[in-house]
Design a protein around this ligand. Structure first.
Ligand code: ADP
Length: 558
């Protein structure tokens, strides 16, 4: 068995091309690239306008079955597939999300792919990158400061500080800041009120940056963000404070997609990274659209499993950006399928055909869901070294019998060369005519939209709304937000809203506990459980292993 070096060791051995050369390979002139050092660059939004008449490349969406806590290798597969397409002479561009610093410092595991399918320079991408997330932090907190100042200066708008919904953000896992009291210290220090911090990627501004199709759309979405409610329960927005221009200004560079490359010099746009629970979990619309103008194939990914990320890609992102995928890759691993079939976490490395076959029903549901959107699914089996030949054969045979395209991928171990057959199969599927249709009509009520997602994507019998959620439904409709799409916040580990219900649960109902509106992002969030918007650090944070060598190289970053 080959011993594969650690992700950072592989990344530091990579032979990187200058970013202007990568851009040149895409037909992008230097004047449209703002280099950040030698290997990162921001691409001008003008490229989108200039290419408006050009035919779009095909969009390949990578999603997964319900994952194990370790992840099933979606990012690895996305990067590996981009490399594989280039390997067979296709012009492919990868378009993925930016990592957040909180998880980087916390649990081991970045967001740059892994093994021989990574985007580089992974140290920079996993740390401060080009500063987009810091810009979002600043824009978010600037709004907080402007709101607090408004209240301190007489509160002309009549904002009830007890109903202030806009809080603070930082890009770190810091549980002790979840609930704070701000404005203490007497009349000169502001008006005391409860507040708290979320992690930056949970900011509505992150979701907006990812859904806006340009600077004007960014401004008009920022303007609609709700900051709180008046003493008469009327919503107040950024427009009432008249600060949308300042916020847009703070975000003007962050709005430009970042160009980097993979280990095999395949171009990759890494831009935006919203949460996949209270937000839609996809990279930015502008980066995906730009990638489609620059390449013949775009390989992009959506967070969590297909019940969350892919559903939101189809119902939220596709609508916002008028983006239509041609094919959907469902990443499956033998270990996750065995887990869905009841195998214990500690035993996942042992052959267990019984559990594997039992776990197939989780994959089945996701295949059905993708077909329900009118798209062809292709199952990509992400090979782990502990998978046995017999287990792989059983899975491949099962998919073939069901008439689903399936291929084994070894992109983690072999890079693009390990995904050639998969790439060929995907091109074939992408070339077949398909009629993509979102799951629901926006004219349906919010309640009906949630019911449709729960029944058709999760396989639930129905949805129960808490008393609080019912009141919120009424208020949302009365405020004119009833025609927005729905963003479901649910556990990623189960098709149901109960993480312990693995496999393909049946005879269950979903409970919606609370509804929130993200009026700027343009969706209504339906919360089915407790969603953590400011994570904490684990007992042994990854930060304990990190350092930097005398010559400036990162150490211990995965
Ligand atoms: P996801 O995007 O689904 O969260 P990632 O692609 O980030 O998953 O992968 C999670 C971790 O698993 C990474 O550390 C990656 O290196 C590792 N990984 C992915 N595929 C494989 C594989 N086939 N064998 C071993 N490790 C893998």
């Amino acid at each position: 068995m080959n011993v594969i070096p650690s992700d950072i060791d592989i990344a530091q051995q990579a032979k990187l091309e200058k970013i202007t050369k990568i851009a040149h390979g895409l037909g992008v002139d230097e004047e449209f690239v703002a280099p950040y050092g030698h290997y990162k660059g921001k691409l001008s939004l003008e490229l989108l306008h200039n290419a408006s008449g050009k035919k779009d490349g095909k969009i390949i969406l990578v999603t997964a079955i319900n994952p194990t806590p370790a992840g099933e290798g979606k990012s690895t597969m996305t990067v590996g597939l981009g490399q594989a397409l280039n390997h067979i002479g296709k012009k492919a561009v990868v378009a993925i999300r930016e990592p957040s610093l909180g998880p980087t410092m916390g649990m081991k595991g970045g967001a740059c792919g892994g093994g021989y399918s990574q985007v580089v320079p992974m140290e920079d991408i996993n740390l401060h990158f080009t500063g987009d997330i810091h810009a979002i932090t600043t824009a978010h907190n600037a709004l907080t400061a402007l709101i607090d100042n408004h209240i301190h200066r007489g509160n002309e708008l009549g904002l009830d500080v007890r109903k202030l919904t806009w809080k603070r953000v930082m890009d770190m896992n810091d549980r002790s800041l979840r609930h704070i009291v701000a404005g203490l210290g007497g009349p000169l220090q502001g008006v005391p009120h409860e507040s708290g911090f979320d992690i930056t990627v949970a900011s509505e501004i992150m979701a907006i940056l990812c859904l806006a199709d340009g600077i004007n759309d960014l401004r008009s979405r920022l303007k609609k963000m709700v900051i709180g409610y008046t003493f008469h329960d009327e919503p107040l927005t950024v427009a009432d404070l008249e600060v949308e221009g300042a916020l847009t200004l703070l975000l003007k560079d962050a709005m430009m997609p970042n160009l980097v490359q993979t280990l095999e010099n395949t171009p990759a746009l890494i831009h935006g990274g919203p949460f996949a629970n209270i937000a839609h979990g996809c990279n930015s619309v502008v980066a995906t659209k730009m990638a489609a103008k620059l390449g013949d194939y775009v390989v992009t990914e959506a967070g969590f499993g297909a019940d969350l990320g892919a559903e939101k890609f189809m119902n939220i992102k596709s609508r916002a950006g008028n983006i239509k995928p041609s094919v959907v890759v469902i990443v499956a691993t033998i270990r996750a399928l065995k887990m869905h079939g009841g195998a214990a976490k500690a035993d996942l490395k042992q052959e267990n055909l019984h559990a594997l076959e039992k776990g197939f029903e989780n994959l089945d549901k996701h295949i059905e869901s993708i077909r329900a959107f009118g798209l062809p699914p292709v199952v990509a089996v992400n090979r782990f070294t502990h998978d046995t030949e017999e287990e792989i054969n059983v899975l491949m045979k099962y998919c073939r019998q069901k008439g689903v395209a399936v291929e084994l991928a070894e992109v983690w171990e072999k890079g693009g060369a390990g995904g050639v057959k998969l790439a060929e199969k995907i091109i074939q599927a992408a070339d077949e005519p398909s009629v993509f249709t979102p799951l629901y009509d926006l004219e349906l009520t919010i309640e009906a939209k949630i019911n449709k997602i729960a029944k058709e994507i999760y396989g639930a019998d129905g949805v129960d709304f808490s008393v609080e959620a019912k009141k919120q439904l009424e208020r949302i409709t009365d405020s004119g937000w009833g025609t927005l799409p729905v963003c479901m916040a649910k556990t990623q580990y189960s098709l149901s809203d109960d993480a312990s219900k693995i496999g393909r649960p049946r005879n269950f109902r979903i409970t919606v506990r609370e509804l929130r509106v993200s009026a700027g992002a343009g969706f209504v969030v339906a919360l089915t459980g407790n969603v953590m918007t400011m994570p904490g650090l684990p007992k042994r944070p990854g930060a304990l292993d990190m350092d930097v060598s005398e010559d400036g190289n990162a150490v211990g970053l995965f």
